[in-house]
Design a protein. Structure first.
Length: 415
């Protein structure tokens, strides 16, 4: 009887890819976009202060442009590539694509800041071309990471693809408005606002939160089947609103607000479930980002009610616009962005200096700051709806105090 044959060699495990000098780390991509974005946000604050002291025709627009196009947009560009790479377990995009995004986006944002107040149609279209090119380079970077990944998870990039599509139309609508092209079909400014704010920022932030908030709370997405529901409802709501405003189809715009509110509630269910399931001591970032999510459905519901009562156009141009803006910008976008910065900048600092620990949670102080910010934003919006001037000033002071505290912590990390 013959003995056993020669033993088969054990299968070789793939060796991890070495990090070579000159390669980009995920935090390098994040840091590059965050550096540029924070610079634009600082410029927006300066511009807003100048506008408050010496108002001029384009001052408010310029401050908002610097904040959203130059600032928050670049935070979205950097964070989306960071999270997509982590979700797909793949390397960052090639350096040339990162440089192309930074060059096109910063160049386009700066040129547009000059072209629109100067009423130069030629420069405006050049700036739009640069922004669209930056958007295309961003989409190409996400595509490269998706092709490199061994796993195929469509949710790693699906929200960002939808956001980019909406934003391309939003940029085109903005260019038509700024160059004075007549649009007799409907309320083009409303469609532009919806595509930029709900389509670009909204889809990107809502999509990221499905991955980011479970990470902040050290849990998993509690109801993953709600993510496709939120995605299709959000996409349908933005499309309905854009068409409804652009072509003056009132019932379609009203339906869009209602569908968008349902999508926001689907996200909120997962956020609350993650918070309740978490057994970890939450960081300040986790508390702030979690509290911010209640303002998204609240702001959309205010707009939906105004659209039903006063008509879709007056939901964006009437007296309720200020209160809805407080809920969505100061409450949702602002707190979500500043909370995300607290966490992501701490990661960048930690990677560059491993002995330095992550910021330590201080539950009492963190809860107090979070409550202060949430109460300030909610109370200010309520006072604006009720036209209560004196309590509104007090709420403004409370909100600004919370933001000042958070901004100092972000600035220290950024430095």
């Amino acid at each position: 009887m013959s003995g056993p044959g020669p033993a088969r060699p054990a299968p070789r495990m793939p060796t991890p890819r070495a990090h070579h000098r000159g390669d980009m780390r995920p935090t390098d991509v994040l840091g590059a976009f965050f550096l540029c974005g924070l610079a634009f946000l600082a410029a927006a604050i300066v511009g807003g202060a100048i506008q408050a002291l010496a108002p001029w025709d384009w001052g408010r627009w310029l401050a908002l442009h610097l904040a959203f196009f130059g600032g928050v947009s670049q935070l979205v560009l950097g964070a989306s590539q960071f999270f997509a790479g982590a979700f797909l377990a793949t390397d960052p995009p090639p350096r040339r694509l990162v440089r192309a995004q930074l060059a096109c986006w910063n160049g386009g944002a700066l040129l547009l800041a000059v072209a629109v107040p100067a009423r130069s149609a030629a420069l405006t279209w050049v700036a739009v071309g640069l922004l669209v090119a930056g958007l295309a380079a961003w989409a190409a970077a996400l595509g490269v990471m998706r092709r490199r990944s061994l796993g195929k998870n469509p949710w790693a990039t699906r929200w960002y693809q939808a956001a980019a599509g909406f934003f391309a139309f939003g940029i085109a609508a903005g260019a038509l408005l700024s160059t004075g092209v007549a649009w007799p079909h409907g309320y083009l400014l409303g469609a532009h606002m919806v595509l930029n704010l709900a389509g670009w920022f909204g889809a990107a932030i809502v999509g990221t939160l499905h991955t980011f908030y479970p990470s902040l709370t050290q849990t998993t997405l509690r109801f993953p089947r709600l993510q496709p529901v939120a995605f299709w409802l959000w996409s349908a709501g933005v499309a309905a609103l854009a068409v409804g405003y652009a072509w003056a189809v009132g019932p379609l715009a009203v339906a869009g607000w209602i569908v968008l509110a349902a999508a926001a509630m689907a996200l909120l269910v997962n956020v609350v479930a993650c918070r309740l399931a978490s057994e970890a001591t939450l960081s300040l970032a986790a508390r702030v980002v979690g509290a911010a999510q209640a303002f998204l459905p609240a702001g959309i519901v205010v707009l939906a009610v105004a659209a039903v009562v006063d008509g879709p156009v007056w939901s964006l141009a009437g007296s309720t616009r200020v209160a809805a803006g407080t809920l969505l910008v100061a409450g949702w976008v602002g707190l979500t962005v500043i909370g995300s910065l607290l966490h992501l900048l701490a990661i960048v600092v930690r990677v560059r200096n491993f002995p330095r620990p992550m910021p330590r949670a201080r539950p009492r102080l963190d809860v107090a700051v979070t409550v202060l910010a949430a109460v300030g934003a909610g109370a200010l919006a309520a006072c604006q709806l009720l036209d209560a001037e004196v309590p509104g000033r007090l709420a403004t002071v409370v909100l600004l105090a919370a933001y000042a505290f958070l901004a100092v912590k972000v600035a220290l990390l950024g430095l």
